[in-house]
Unconditional design. Structure first.
Length: 383
């Protein structure tokens, strides 16, 4: 009896071990796929090669996800696919990321997101002033032995791109196909034109199209977010009302974590801004977010908290030079000239940066006029 019981225990242990080993193997393969795609994304971004980035996407598999649970005929799918590829919705998003980088922004890997044997590389998009623009999670799948991107979770939208496209574009198109002169056909044509205008950087033109849509489309979450993207490029007077509308229509949507940050700044709602930042960092698990609090905390006279925020970010992302400049900014604000001189030398050595403009930079005027500043400039700036 004991022998039989022992045998059954051993069988159970082996079965559990086998299952766990299978899970570990699946996760390891998913991680390898993710890392390979990540390396290709980084290479494409560094080379400013949109085509190389776009080649990582399996468009057919992405469209499978767009058409999921949609009763479309083969003809409808073929025609929509042709129009989609002409518009290049996912390519437009890739082009936008490249544009930000070309204009001084950054597109950087943050971490891998693990979920049910799937590993999604998470990227952060920031503008030229280090302002946070978006986060993208790339869904990767093995397609005929090669890792391919099949979708992207856009944090500003709070959903996958396929879901946004399915909600925004597909219903109008499917409704338009029986009668090309229908209202839905015109809406589909207008939406296609708006995407083209945005891609060509005619943000005002794209915004006007979204503004002119019928109410049932104008309040559609996906289209409202596209409208917001254009509004953000135009300016805060245009974007703030759109953000308020988004908050009113979708008060509990996850996309609000990102959408409301800029609005709180523009309205000087500092407590709400700080709360949004803390909630975003907890949700996204990106220490960089902590650094976004620094300027507001200094404005509120909360210097110790500002120092803690930037230290937290640097401790977790020491290789990010922008964070070190932010720490230096705190030193400049508090006129710690000896520390500024020492830290400038540290940054110069660590990141191989040539400081030839300190004496000519307005932000460094006080430091440049100090004994420590004069000594540092004499030793480090080429005349």
């Amino acid at each position: 009896m004991f022998t039989k019981h022992l045998f059954l225990c051993l069988v159970l242990v082996n079965a559990i071990a086998s299952i766990m080993q299978g899970q570990d193997t699946a996760e390891a393969k998913a991680l390898a796929r993710s890392n390979k795609v990540r390396a290709a994304i980084d290479k494409a971004i560094a080379a400013q090669d949109v085509k190389a980035f776009a080649s990582l996407v399996d468009q057919e598999r992405f469209l499978d996800r767009v058409f999921e649970d949609i009763p479309a005929s083969a003809t409808q799918r073929t025609t929509f696919t042709k129009r989609y590829k002409e518009m290049g919705a996912i390519t437009v998003m890739l082009q936008s990321a490249h544009d930000h980088v070309r204009n001084g922004g950054r597109y950087l890997w943050v971490r891998n997101v693990f979920d049910s044997n799937n590993v999604r590389p998470l990227y952060r998009l920031t503008g030229k002033e280090s302002e946070l623009r978006n986060y993208h999670e790339w869904l990767v799948e093995d397609i005929q032995g090669e890792p391919k991107i099949i979708d992207v979770y856009i944090h500003l939208a709070g959903e996958y791109l396929s879901a946004s496209l399915r909600r925004a574009m597909l219903p109008a198109y499917l409704a338009s196909t029986p009668n090309s002169k229908s209202d839905a056909a015109k809406i589909y044509t207008d939406l296609s034109k708006a995407v083209e205008l945005y891609e060509s950087r005619d943000f005002n033109g794209a915004f006007k199209i979204y503004e002119g849509l019928p109410k049932e489309y104008r309040t559609n979450k996906s289209l409202l977010l596209l409208k917001l993207n254009s509004a953000l490029e135009i300016g805060e007077k245009t974007s703030n009302p759109v953000m308020e509308e988004m908050q009113s229509l979708y008060p509990n949507d996850p996309c609000l974590k990102l959408c409301l940050i800029n609005m709180h700044i523009q309205k000087k709602e500092w407590d709400k801004f700080l709360t949004s930042i803390d909630e975003l960092e907890e949700s996204i698990q990106d220490p960089y977010v902590s650094s976004l609090k620094v300027d507001v905390l200094m404005l509120l006279g909360r210097q110790t908290e500002a120092e803690d925020a930037i230290e937290h970010a640097i401790e977790n992302i020491p290789e990010m030079v922008e964070l070190h400049w932010s720490r230096l900014g705190l030193m400049l604000a508090t006129k710690q000239n000896a520390k500024i001189a020492s830290y400038l030398s540290e940054i110069k050595k660590r990141f191989n940066i040539k400081h030839n403009q300190v004496s000519k930079t307005p932000e460094f005027a006080q430091f440049a006029a100090s004994p420590e500043g004069k000594s540092w400039i004499a030793a480090n700036e080429k005349r």
